[in-house]
Design a protein around this ligand. Structure first.
Ligand SMILES: *[C@@H]1O[C@H](CO)[C@@H](O)[C@H](O)[C@H]1NC(C)=O
Ligand SMILES: *[C@@H]1O[C@H](CO)[C@@H](O)[C@H](O)[C@H]1NC(C)=O
Ligand SMILES: *[C@@H]1O[C@H](CO)[C@@H](O)[C@H](O)[C@H]1NC(C)=O
Ligand SMILES: *[C@@H]1O[C@H](CO)[C@@H](O)[C@H](O)[C@H]1NC(C)=O
Ligand SMILES: *[C@@H]1O[C@H](CO)[C@@H](O)[C@H](O)[C@H]1NC(C)=O
Ligand SMILES: *[C@@H]1O[C@H](CO)[C@@H](O)[C@H](O)[C@H]1NC(C)=O
Ligand SMILES: *[C@@H]1O[C@H](CO)[C@@H](O)[C@H](O)[C@H]1NC(C)=O
Ligand SMILES: *[C@@H]1O[C@H](CO)[C@@H](O)[C@H](O)[C@H]1NC(C)=O
Ligand SMILES: *[C@@H]1O[C@H](CO)[C@@H](O)[C@H](O)[C@H]1NC(C)=O
Length: 437
């Protein structure tokens, strides 16, 4: 099959340029298909080639915006192979509709931390901000190119001041019936994707990496966080990062995550939830299947704050919120050098377990399945391989773990169990407590 189509394209300057546009990627959902079919819009009818100054310094935002406007409603925007684009202006891309964005080249964001902190888009959750805000409907973004967040300066700035507002690389607010595929994401200042107010969006074949080159680690570099969204699929991707590989934030429902290889992360997490008093958080009907998890603090994780004020750090505190986590399945996992293969806690941010049980979470956890896990944990919590901690049996139930073939390096399969039915857990429950991540 030909990889690209050869086309004579009219660039935005009006010059006739011969360009190879990418073919739309074929999406192969394995092992599951999402409940809402993937979008399959008709071919676009015109091509807009984005101009660049190409010097790696001068802002190309104007030409990007004009190509998006010119090709919106039925066009194909091309960032050609070999070109580099620099973005130094916060752009609102929520107007996009019926458009293909073919990124073959490299897009980098400027290192002007003062500008970005003053101008990046504010999302209302956890001080999240972003370089651009993507939204609209029937948007296909692919092409094999790279988005580079120029994160090093942010890792260093954050180390000096934890209140630095680090932008998310891909900030999404209100996107539907869309596909993001075949892209390389590098050096995000914070999360790689924040997906808010969205439905029926597929992320496929995304390659994420970007470790710090200084002594200041790249913190909070989650692969994907979903928020107020449903019918999101994340699949066939490789993630090398330093926080959650994928995380389901408040009001994430009908999410399918499958066929990922995660390395160096904090696992695939529900939460943290219940952080804000007076709010009701829902995470429901999530399937996380066929995951390999390497060199991570956690594998499959559910983290909920207790019903008492708690603090993990100066910029991470909370507790007292309510809501429910229901119908979550984690299956077919291979783990290697992971601290806890499975961790459920309703005591997130609270090291005093007595206090946590005195104020049980008002966020319930029920109908949770972990099945077919294999591999070896790290030695960090040895002899434990997992922790199942509910603050009370009244607010947490029907947690089942079956076919758990995970051992610690010394061959044990113990798990810390608090307010569990041990008969439902295919591990050796103990009351030995060695902490949470
Ligand atoms: C920021 O980027 C500009 C342009 O590439 C470069 O000249 C400058 O040295 C960089 N500043 C820092 C602090 O990295
Ligand atoms: C999502 O939509 C709601 C309701 O329209 C809006 O208030 C909010 O700002 C949007 N964005 C986020 C990140 O919640
Ligand atoms: C948000 O930023 C403010 C001020 O910089 C800070 O006080 C607060 O703790 C931050 N909240 C979160 C959830 O990080
Ligand atoms: C989540 O959904 C619940 C129920 O509809 C609602 O009460 C709550 O405000 C929502 N939370 C967010 C953050 O949107
Ligand atoms: C599981 O994921 C891997 C990629 O990590 C893929 O090669 C394999 O085909 C997937 N297996 C199934 C049954 O989907
Ligand atoms: C995987 O993560 C480990 C630990 O964080 C890191 O040392 C290693 O370089 C990562 N591997 C790749 C391929 O990035
Ligand atoms: C549970 O979640 C799965 C997706 O993983 C969904 O197919 C199923 O309908 C949900 N069941 C209920 C009772 O909500
Ligand atoms: C896990 O970390 C080890 C040691 O840093 C490294 O050799 C290995 O390649 C990592 N695994 C993956 C999948 O990157
Ligand atoms: C833990 O909480 C209990 C109950 O509130 C309290 O009595 C105890 O002093 C606390 N322990 C520590 C170490 O703070």
């Amino acid at each position: 099959m030909k990889l690209s189509l050869f086309l004579a394209a009219l660039s935005s300057t009006g010059a006739l340029a011969a360009q190879c546009i990418s073919r739309r990627p074929t999406l192969k959902p394995m092992p599951y298909s999402p409940r809402v079919p993937f979008p399959s819009p008709p071919r676009r009818s015109k091509v807009c080639v984005v101009k660049t100054h190409g010097d790696g310094v001068t802002d190309d935002s104007d030409s990007i915006l004009s190509a998006f406007h010119e090709c919106n409603n039925g066009g194909h925007v091309l960032f050609p192979r070999g070109e580099t684009y620099t973005i130094g202006t916060a752009m609102d891309w929520t107007f996009l509709k019926h458009i293909d964005i073919d990124i073959q080249g490299r897009i980098q964001f400027t290192n002007d931390t003062t500008y970005w902190q003053a101008n990046s888009f504010r999302f209302i959750f956890q001080n999240v901000t972003s370089f651009f805000k993507l939204g609209g409907e029937d948007v296909w973004i692919y092409g094999g190119g790279t988005l580079d967040g120029n994160g090093q300066i942010w890792y260093d700035t954050y180390a000096a001041d934890i209140y630095t507002l680090r932008p998310v690389l891909v900030g999404i607010d209100g996107l539907k019936d869309s596909v993001v595929s075949d892209l390389v994401m590098r050096y995000s200042p914070e999360y790689y994707h924040f997906v808010a107010n969205s439905s029926n969006v597929v992320f496929n074949n995304i390659n994420i990496a970007g470790a710090s080159k200084s002594k200041n680690v790249a913190k909070n570099t989650d692969g994907w966080d979903t928020y107020r969204s449903q019918d999101i699929t994340i699949m066939n991707s490789v993630i090398n990062n330093g926080d959650d590989c994928v995380s389901f934030k408040p009001n994430s429902t009908n999410i399918l995550v499958q066929s990922l290889s995660c390395n160096g992360s904090h696992g695939v997490s529900v939460g943290s939830l219940g952080q804000y008093k007076g709010e009701f958080d829902i995470v429901e009907s999530v399937m996380v299947s066929n995951i390999s998890m390497h060199n991570a603090s956690d594998g499959a994780r559910i983290k909920v704050w207790p019903n008492a004020p708690s603090a993990l750090s100066g910029d991470l505190q909370g507790g007292g919120g309510s809501g429910r986590v229901r119908n979550i399945t984690y299956e077919d996992w291979t783990i290697d050098n992971v601290d806890y293969a499975i961790e459920i806690t309703q005591c997130y941010g609270q090291s005093n377990l007595t206090l946590c049980q005195q104020y049980p979470s008002s966020l319930t956890i029920e109908d949770i399945v972990f099945r077919r896990f294999t591999g070896t944990t790290s030695k960090k919590y040895q002899p434990l391989i997992a922790a199942f901690a509910c603050s009370s049996a009244d607010v947490c139930g029907n947690i089942v773990a079956s076919d758990i073939n995970v051992l610690s390096p010394t061959g044990t399969n113990q798990a810390y169990c608090l307010n569990q039915n041990p008969a439902n857990l295919d591990v050796e429950c103990t009351s030995t407590y060695k902490g949470f991540n």
